[in-house]
Design a protein around this ligand. Structure first.
Ligand code: F6R
Length: 227
C-alpha cells in the first residue's frame, strides 16, 4: 500500500484537516444527502496538530456527529480520560453540539449499533500495530468491547500519567470489523519510531498479529506519515 510521506508534522496535520474540511463541505452542498456527516475520531499525540488546525478553520460543525474510537475504563471526568482529551482539544473549541459527540461505554452493543454509514474514520497506530485499542491478536471480526491493554500500550501511554501504575489496564474499543465498515479511512502516523510498524502493517502479511494490517483489505484507505 502507498504511504504518503509528508515534509513535517504541520503538513501532516493540515493535509488531514483538508480531508475533514472537504468531507464536511461536500455533505453540506450535497442536496441528496439528508444524513449527518459522521466521523470516527482518535485521541493520542498524533492528532493534536490536526485538532488545532480544525479549531483554526472555524468550520460549520452543525451537521456533524462524531464517534470516538476508544476510552479507558476510567471516570470520564478524569484529566487523562479521552472524554477530557476531546473536550479540551476539540469539542469545547468548535461549534459542535455536545450531544453529537459519542464515546464508547459499557453498553458496548448500543455503541456498536449506532456506528453506521461512517463517512470518514481517522486512525493513529500504536508501536505494536494496534488501531484504536485492538491489540495484537484481536480478531478481524471484533466489534465494540472491553479489552485488556497490552504491556507495550501501557508503557507507551504512561507518559500521560504520573507513573506506569496509574495507567488503566482496561479500555473499551471499537472493533476491527466496526472500523472497516467506514466508507473512507485515513491513517496518520508521526515519528521515526512508527515507520517500521507502519511499513509492516501496510506492506507485510495480513495477520491478526498486526491489527492495522486489516486495512490492506479496505478499498478506500489513505496513509500519511511524517518523521
Ligand atoms: C487512541 C487510539 C490509539 C492511538 C495510538 C497512537 O484513540 O486510537 O490507537 O491512535 O495508540 O497513539 P499516539 O498518537 O499517542 O502515538
Amino acid at each position: 500500500m502507498e504511504i504518503t510521506v509528508l515534509k513535517n508534522y504541520s503538513e501532516l496535520s493540515s493535509t488531514i484537516a483538508d480531508i475533514v474540511e472537504k468531507t464536511i463541505q461536500d455533505d453540506l452542498y450535497d442536496l441528496e444527502k439528508r444524513e449527518l456527516t459522521k466521523f470516527i475520531l482518535p485521541t493520542g499525540s498524533t492528532p493534536l496538530g490536526l485538532y488545532e488546525e480544525l479549531v483554526k478553520r472555524k468550520l460549520d460543525w452543525g451537521m456533524v456527529t462524531t464517534f470516538n474510537l476508544d476510552e479507558y475504563i476510567i471516570n470520564p471526568n478524569h484529566e487523562q480520560s479521552y472524554h477530557t482529551f476531546m473536550r479540551k482539544n476539540l469539542f469545547d473549541r468548535i461549534d459542535i453540539y455536545p450531544g453529537m459527540c459519542n464515546f464508547p461505554d459499557r453498553n458496548t452493543q448500543a455503541y456498536e449499533d449506532k456506528i453506521n454509514e461512517i463517512d470518514l474514520c481517522i486512525l493513529g497506530i500504536g508501536t505494536n500495530g494496534h488501531i484504536a485499542f485492538n491489540e495484537p491478536g484481536s480478531s478481524f471480526d471484533s466489534e465494540t468491547r472491553v479489552v485488556d491493554l497490552d504491556e507495550q500500550t501501557i508503557e507507551d501511554n504512561s507518559r500521560f500519567f504520573d507513573s506506569v501504575d496509574d495507567v488503566p489496564k482496561q479500555a473499551i474499543t471499537m472493533g476491527l470489523k466496526t472500523i472497516m465498515k467506514s466508507k473512507k479511512i485515513v491513517l496518520m502516523a508521526n515519528g521515526v519510531h512508527k515507520y517500521k510498524i507502519l511499513n509492516v502493517a501496510m506492506n507485510g502479511g495480513i495477520t491478526e498479529k498486526v491489527p492495522a494490517s486489516i486495512l490492506q483489505k479496505h478499498k478506500n484507505v489513505e496513509v500519511y506519515y511524517c518523521d
